[in-house]
Design a protein around this ligand. Structure first.
Ligand SMILES: *[C@@H]1O[C@H](CO)[C@@H](O)[C@H](O)[C@H]1NC(C)=O
Ligand SMILES: *[C@@H]1O[C@H](CO)[C@@H](O)[C@H](O)[C@H]1NC(C)=O
Ligand SMILES: [Zn+2]
Ligand SMILES: [Zn+2]
Length: 286
């Protein structure tokens, strides 16, 4: 009897093992997978996934949440078409309002979770938070800190990124072990982490930070991070440099070469360019 039950048991173990293996390699779910079925949907369409696009575009500042009518509002309405048009304008894509392949591929690229500000008539590429919040005159030295146990390569990456901002601005930076007292609090967070801007797992949103003088800076812990240039991983220094720009008061730039451009690829390291430096100069008048 024992022999007879042994084989089916082994078989189900094997099946379970295969199932687990396959589902983890097959799925490897990407935060922006919801975009693909939306290809060529248009005004009037009721398509599952449009509600996800709406909440994504509203987090990025392109859609007012009060135009979203219910939790699963999957209707392609005028507001969504306008939001898609504004998105395309920000990124210099043809402003058609259509979810074509180029637009969907663009929306699928990894990026910062801080909203873009749509300024179609601006000659400069950099931008500031609404109301231009900045650190007051007496605060040009900022301390930063990580919670205990934070990966060591993040310390080095942020040290280098703070040095880069210090070299082009009146700011100086130093690290402190006193996390609660630090001006800039840097941590790795996962999914919903209590600040109203949940991360989304692998891909999609990589990090976010808050305007002066809050000093919050969060990395999405579900991404592959590295301090350096490694295919398939995001550079802590590059993304840290960008998020520090927010902490100092810069918003997103439409200049693809700027550190403050909203998107960043894996395996890429970027520094500060002229637009970033023009932006910090304009904000702090030096
Ligand atoms: C979307 O709307 C267009 C025009 O009304 C229609 O031809 C098309 O079948 C709709 N597609 C879906 C997926 O509902
Ligand atoms: C740009 O937009 C702002 C805000 O809407 C407006 O006040 C300003 O007049 C515009 N400038 C030009 C040149 O259109
Ligand atoms: Zn950003
Ligand atoms: Zn956060």
């Amino acid at each position: 009897m024992a022999r007879e039950t042994k084989f089916p048991h082994l078989l189900s173990c094997t099946l379970l093992f295969l199932l687990l293996c396959c589902s983890s390699s097959l799925a490897s779910p990407h935060a922006m997978d919801f975009l693909q079925p939306l290809l060529r949907t248009q005004k009037g369409n009721l398509t599952q996934g449009l509600s996800k696009l709406k909440s994504h575009l509203s987090r990025l500042g392109y859609l007012n949440t009060n135009t979203i009518h219910k939790p699963h509002d999957d209707l392609f309405d005028d507001a969504l078409q306008q939001a898609v048009t504004d998105y395309q304008s920000f990124f210099s894509l043809p402003p058609t309002g259509a979810l074509d392949a180029v637009t969907l591929a663009h929306m699928g690229k990894p990026r910062c979770g801080v909203p873009d500000v749509f300024r179609p008539n601006s000659s400069a590429h950099y931008s500031f938070f609404p109301g231009q919040p900045k650190w007051p005159a007496g605060r040009r030295h900022l301390t930063y800190s990580f919670p205990p146990g934070t990966r060591a390569d993040a310390h080095k990456a942020i040290l280098d990124a703070t040095n880069m901002w210090a070299s082009v601005s009146p700011f100086t930076f130093s690290s402190t072990n006193n996390y609660n007292a630090a001006d800039i609090k840097i941590s790795f967070q996962y999914r919903d982490h209590g600040d109203g801007s949940p991360f989304d797992g692998s891909g999609g949103i990589l990090a976010h930070a808050s305007a002066p003088t809050d000093g919050k800076m969060h990395f999405d812990g579900d991404e592959r991070w590295v301090d350096g240039v490694v295919g398939g991983a995001f550079d802590l220094q590059t993304v840290g440099l960008h998020e520090l720009g927010h902490v100092l008061g810069l918003l997103h730039s439409q200049d693809g070469g700027a550190s403050m451009f909203p998107q960043v690829g894996s395996g890429i390291r970027k520094g500060l360019n002229k637009d970033d430096i023009d932006g910090i100069r304009a904000l702090y008048s030096f």
